[in-house]
Design a protein around this ligand. Structure first.
Ligand SMILES: Cc1cc2nc3c(=O)[nH]c(=O)nc-3n(C[C@H](O)[C@H](O)[C@H](O)COP(=O)(O)OP(=O)(O)OC[C@H]3O[C@@H](n4cnc5c(N)ncnc54)[C@H](O)[C@@H]3O)c2cc1C
Length: 425
C-alpha cells in the first residue's frame, strides 16, 4: 500500500522547482503552492506582476493534492444555517459565490487547457435517517423558492439508481457538483503559472515576514531572502508559527483517504451508477467517488489525529472497515493508497480572507477548498493589484480559537463531541 496521495502519484509533475533560486526581488511573494497560491500567482502574473511562489515542500503537497477531488456546491454550513446567521440576502449571495467558484475551475481548465478530468458529474448528499431526508426536502424547497435553484431528493426505494448500498435512508442530488483530478489540476496551474512568468521555489520554507521601513516585506526563506511589495499567505491547514495570528484562527483537522485497486466496470457502475461525488450527512462524514481509472476513493475523519505515516495506516484500517460496511461487496477489494491531510477549519466554518499588518491571507475553506481556494486565489491576486475583486468574507468576525497557541490539543474533544452527535441525530 502506498502512503502517497493517489492524485500526486498519478499526475505528471509540471517541473522540478526544488533548486529554482529564490529571486532577490519580486512584486508579490506567495507562501504556499496549493490552489490558493497557484491561482493567485497565475492571475497576478497574467496582469504583468512578477511573482514568486514559495513552498516548504512541493507543488500540491498540502491539502490541494490530498483531498477528495470534489468541487461540490453549497456552503460548508448549509444555506439554512447561513440564512439564520447572516440574513437571507447575504446568505444567498454567499451560496452563489461558492457555486461561482466551481465555474472558476471550469474556466481555468478551459483557458489553460488543463487536462485534469474535470466533470460536472453532480453531488450526491446521503441521509442517515428519515429525519435527514425530511430536512433535504426543506432544503430543496428553500433553494427553489429563494435561489431559483433545482436539486432532486431521492427516496430510499429509488436510491439504487444513485448508489449501490442499503446503508443510507435517501439522498439529494445537485447536478452542478464536479469531480476533478486535483493532482493534475495543481500541476496544470503550476505549468500555466510558469508559462506566464511565475517563479516557483519548492523546498523553500518561509521563516520570517519582516516589514521593511519603506513598505513591503523582506521574505526570509531557508533558501534566501526575497524583497517584495506584497505578500499572500496561502497556507490553509498547514498555517504555522510564521503567522501566529492566523494560526490561532485556524483549526487543522486531520482527514484521511483510502483508494482501492482498479475495480471491474460492473462494480464501479454498481457503487455509483451516475458517477456522482458523494458524501453523507454525518458530522464525521464519509465521502467517496470513483477515480478516473475506476478505483473507489473513500475518505473520512477516521480519527481525530494529525496525519503521519503511523496515523494514516491506523486510519486506513478504520476506513477499510467503514467502506466494507457501506459496500459489503468491497470487503475483499485491495487498498492501494492511503494518506491523510489537514483541513483548514475555522470557528464559523466560513472563509476568512483579507489583509492584516500589510500581509494578505485567504484560508478557512472548511472542506470546500477545491473550489473556494481556487476562486479566492484569483480574487486575492486582483485585490493585491488594486483591481476590482470580490471578497464577501472580509468583514466576518474572526475570533481566535480559545486556548489555541500551537498544535491543536483540543482535537480529541471535538472528535468525541462529533461521535456523540452522530449517535443521537
Ligand atoms: C483529506 C482531505 C480531503 C479534502 N477533500 C476536499 C474535497 O473533496 N473538496 C473540497 O472542496 N475540499 C476538500 N478538502 C479541503 C481542500 O483540499 C483545501 O481547503 C484546499 O486544498 C486548500 O488549498 P490551499 O492552497 O489554501 O492550501 P494547501 O493546498 O494546503 O497548501 C498550503 C501549502 O502551504 C505550505 N506552507 C505552509 N507553511 C509554509 C511556510 N512557512 N513556508 C512555505 N510553505 C508553507 C505547505 O507546504 C502547503 O503546500 C480536503 C482536505 C483534506 C486534507
Amino acid at each position: 500500500m502506498k502512503l502517497t496521495p493517489y492524485w500526486l502519484d498519478t499526475a505528471t509533475p509540471s517541473g522540478d522547482y526544488r533548486r529554482n533560486p529564490v529571486p532577490e526581488r519580486a512584486d508579490i511573494a506567495i507562501v504556499g503552492a496549493g490552489f490558493t497560491g497557484l491561482t493567485a500567482a497565475l492571475e497576478a502574473a497574467q496582469h504583468g506582476a512578477s511573482v514568486v511562489v514559495l513552498d516548504s515542500h512541493t507543488v500540491g503537497w498540502g491539502a490541494s493534492g490530498r483531498n477528495g477531488g470534489m468541487a461540490t456546491t453549497g456552503l460548508a454550513i448549509g444555506l439554512g444555517k447561513a440564512i439564520k446567521r447572516y440574513g437571507q440576502e447575504r446568505a444567498l449571495e454567499m451560496f452563489s459565490e461558492y457555486n461561482r467558484a466551481i465555474d472558476t475551475i471550469e474556466e481555468l481548465v478551459k483557458e489553460h487547457s488543463i487536462d485534469c478530468d474535470f466533470q460536472r458529474s453532480g453531488k450526491l448528499t446521503l441521509a442517515m435517517n428519515a429525519k435527514q431526508v425530511g430536512q433535504m426536502r426543506q432544503t430543496q424547497e428553500t433553494l427553489a423558492k429563494l435561489a431559483d435553484y433545482s436539486v432532486t431528493v431521492v427516496d430510499k426505494q429509488d436510491l439504487h439508481s444513485e448508489i449501490g448500498t442499503d446503508f443510507y435512508a435517501g439522498g439529494m442530488v445537485d447536478p452542478l457538483g464536479a469531480g476533478v483530478h486535483v493532482g493534475k489540476f495543481a500541476h496544470g496551474l503550476a505549468e500555466a503559472g510558469t508559462r506566464a512568468g511565475v517563479t516557483i521555489c519548492e523546498n523553500a520554507e518561509v521563516t520570517e515576514l519582516a516589514a521593511r521601513p519603506g513598505g513591503g516585506h523582506a521574505v526570509r526563506t531557508t533558501r534566501g531572502v526575497v524583497n517584495v511589495d506584497r505578500v499572500l499567505v496561502a497556507t490553509s491547514g498547514y498555517t504555522g508559527s510564521l503567522t501566529p495570528w492566523l494560526q490561532r484562527r485556524t483549526i487543522p483537522v486531520g482527514s484521511f483517504i483510502i483508494v482501492t485497486e482498479p475495480l471491474p466496470l460492473e462494480t464501479v457502475q454498481r457503487i455509483l451508477p451516475r458517477g456522482r461525488q458523494a458524501a453523507d450527512n454525518k458530522m464525521l462524514t464519509y465521502y467517496f467517488r470513483i477515480t478516473p481509472d475506476n478505483r473507489l476513493l473513500f475518505g473520512g475523519r477516521a480519527r481525530f489525529a494529525l496525519s503521519s505515516p503511523d496515523s494514516d495506516l491506523k486510519s486506513a484500517e478504520i476506513l477499510k472497515s467503514a467502506m466494507s460496511t457501506v459496500f459489503p461487496y468491497l470487503s475483499s477489494a485491495r487498498v492501494d493508497y492511503t494518506w491523510g491531510g489537514l483541513v483548514d477549519l475555522t470557528m464559523d466554518q466560513m472563509v476568512h480572507a483579507g489583509e492584516r499588518n500589510g500581509v494578505h491571507y485567504s484560508l478557512g475553506y472548511s472542506g470546500h477548498g477545491v473550489q473556494m481556494a481556487t476562486y479566492m486565489g484569483k480574487q486575492m491576486a486582483l485585490s493585491m493589484l488594486g483591481k476590482p475583486s470580490r471578497n464577501l468574507w472580509e468583514h466576518l468576525p474572526n475570533p481566535a480559537v480559545p486556548g489555541h497557541f500551537g498544535p491543536p490539543w483540543f482535537l480529541p474533544i471535538i472528535g468525541g463531541y462529533a461521535k456523540v452527535v452522530d449517535r443521537f441525530s
